[in-house]
Design a protein around this ligand. Structure first.
Ligand code: UN1
Length: 486
């Protein structure tokens, strides 16, 4: 017998089974427990979904933005009301702790509220004209049918921050979530339909990468918003560019925390622990590199190692647990593989590093929280492992520390720990990232400010805040004069 949820797709306002292969999501803590199961979508289902989104487009685009926003506000209330229950489901399906899961569901509600209120904010701009009797208005229009592709690691917050702006600005959406977290995808789509979203405005198709490909290559798309790996993001962008379809891609990170001599050490230890190990390090904004200046390095690394060893790893639904499993067995193997390579390249393990051999931690997809020190560059310094692994290096001074922070093809986020304003301002100038934290952990995002990375981490307009409007709308510049020739 099974308590698994039936996996369904939302097409043209109807919840329906897929027509593809059978598929299931499992609990990464107890991989024999199935969370959701059913059939994945097919390319024909994707085609129906894009068709439904196309049919719904004109009606939705003509609905006043205030009314579109009201649907998002009603959905926010549904999400908020279910935060405890869905947060627990999220922890069970994705593996982050229950507190993080509930926090993420609340964050999705906050994002829906932010964009829900967008309807009552500025709609465009007005400029003076160089010609007498004329004004120039810049109005905004939706771009059309948008494909949204989301990763496993924020199963409700990332979808919310793509779907909410797409919808409020009048676009219709076909959404393909990661197949490891379909339950939370179904929950968010249900919240929006319960809130009164008209049929076809949001369509949900669940499937593996061939379904993603069928979606992003569909000829009727106007734009694609993607979060995931740099390899996939660039592939999507290349094929979309050939068809003139804009892409917003949020991709990998190899984010550094830099701890300078004058930092508040307790604060830095707390924040580095959060940045590296919350969500088992599975955030594109997680701290995976640590740079410590020589004068404090021995003390900092030894205290950090003690904290890493003391981290409570276990079932994420237990109150006491501080870190759960990673998402799949494949992810677990790839993280340990990356660690094995690091060992072969002279990394010194300061904490963790060994697989678990017995009990729950051996049954689930657990990876020991790990701190390694590198005396010289190694693959683990440049490659994203997407797990609870932190690689540390020492720097002689702040200049060398900032140079090491920039020593990455990625540029999503960084965290600098210092009490010296001058050094903090140098970091703002010198460190090439999309998100910089001064004295806080490298992860985190707010709905009203731009989110996204520099270098290999991001492509296209940033997400969230007014930046989202740049991607999900286009402008019409209106030269406005009175109709009287005199
Ligand atoms: C956060 O740091 O809270 O996939 C959000 C990711 C990012 C979002 C991070 N796009 O991890």
């Amino acid at each position: 017998m099974t308590d698994a949820t039936e996996l369904r797709h939302l097409i043209a306002g109807e919840w329906q089974p897929g027509h593809g292969d059978s598929i299931s999501s499992v609990n990464p803590t107890h991989p024999s427990v199935v969370i959701a199961e059913g059939n994945c979508a097919t390319a024909a289902d994707v085609d129906s979904a894009v068709g439904a989104a196309g049919e719904a487009l004109t009606g939705w685009a003509r609905t006043p933005i205030h009314e579109r926003g009201a649907v998002l506000l009603a959905a926010a209330a549904v999400v908020e009301r279910n935060a405890e229950a869905w947060g627990l489901e999220l922890a069970t399906e994705e593996g982050k702790t229950k507190a993080e899961g509930i926090g993420e569901v609340r964050r999705a509600a906050q994002i829906l509220r932010y964009y829900g209120n967008e309807g009552d904010r500025q709609a465009g701009e007005i400029f003076a004209s160089p010609r007498a009797g004329e004004q120039i208005l810049v109005t905004r229009k939706p771009v059309g049918v948008v494909a949204v592709i989301t990763p496993f690691n924020f199963p409700i917050a990332i979808p919310a921050w793509k779907i909410a702006p797409a919808l409020v600005y009048g676009n219709t959406v076909v959404w393909k979530p990661a197949t490891t977290v379909p339950l939370l995808a179904i929950r968010l789509a249900e919240a929006l339909t319960t809130a009164g979203l008209p049929p076809g405005v949001l369509n949900l198709v669940i499937g593996e990468s061939p379904i993603g490909e069928a979606l992003v290559e569909h000829p009727d798309l106007a734009a694609i918003s993607f979060t995931g790996s740099t390899t996939v993001g660039r592939r999507i962008a290349a094929s979309a560019a050939a068809r003139g379809v804009p892409v917003q891609a949020e991709m990998g990170g190899k984010n550094a925390a830099v701890v300078l001599d004058d930092a508040d050490i307790e604060l830095a230890l707390d924040q580095v622990m959060l940045g590296a190990f919350r969500s088992s390090g599975q955030k594109c904004t997680a701290t995976s590199r640590l740079i410590v200046t020589e004068a404090i390095a021995d003390r900092f690394l030894s205290e950090l190692a003690t904290r890493v060893d003391a981290l409570v790893v276990g079932d994420p639904t237990d109150e006491a647990t501080q870190m759960g499993p990673v998402i799949t067995g494949a992810a677990q193997r790839s993280i340990y593989g990356g660690l094995g390579t690091a060992m072969g390249q002279d990394a010194e393990v300061l904490a963790g590093g060994e697989p678990y051999f017995k009990g729950l931690l051996a049954e689930g997809f657990f990876v020991a929280p790990t701190l390694v020190e590198l005396a010289a560059p190694a693959d683990i310094w440049s490659d994203e492992l997407f797990g609870p692994v932190l690689a540390a290096r020492r720097a002689a001074d702040a200049d060398e520390a900032f140079a090491l922070a920039n020593d990455s093809d990625f540029g999503l986020s960084a965290a600098i720990f210092t009490q010296d304003l001058t050094r903090a301002l140098h970091a703002v100038e010198d460190i090439d990232v999309g998100v910089l934290h001064i004295n806080s952990e490298s992860a985190g995002a707010d709905p009203h400010v731009p989110f996204g990375g520099a270098k290999k981490s991001g492509l296209g307009p940033k997400e969230q805040g007014t930046a989202a409007r740049e991607f999900f709308t286009h402008t019409t510049t209106v030269y406005l004069r009175g109709g009287n020739a005199n």
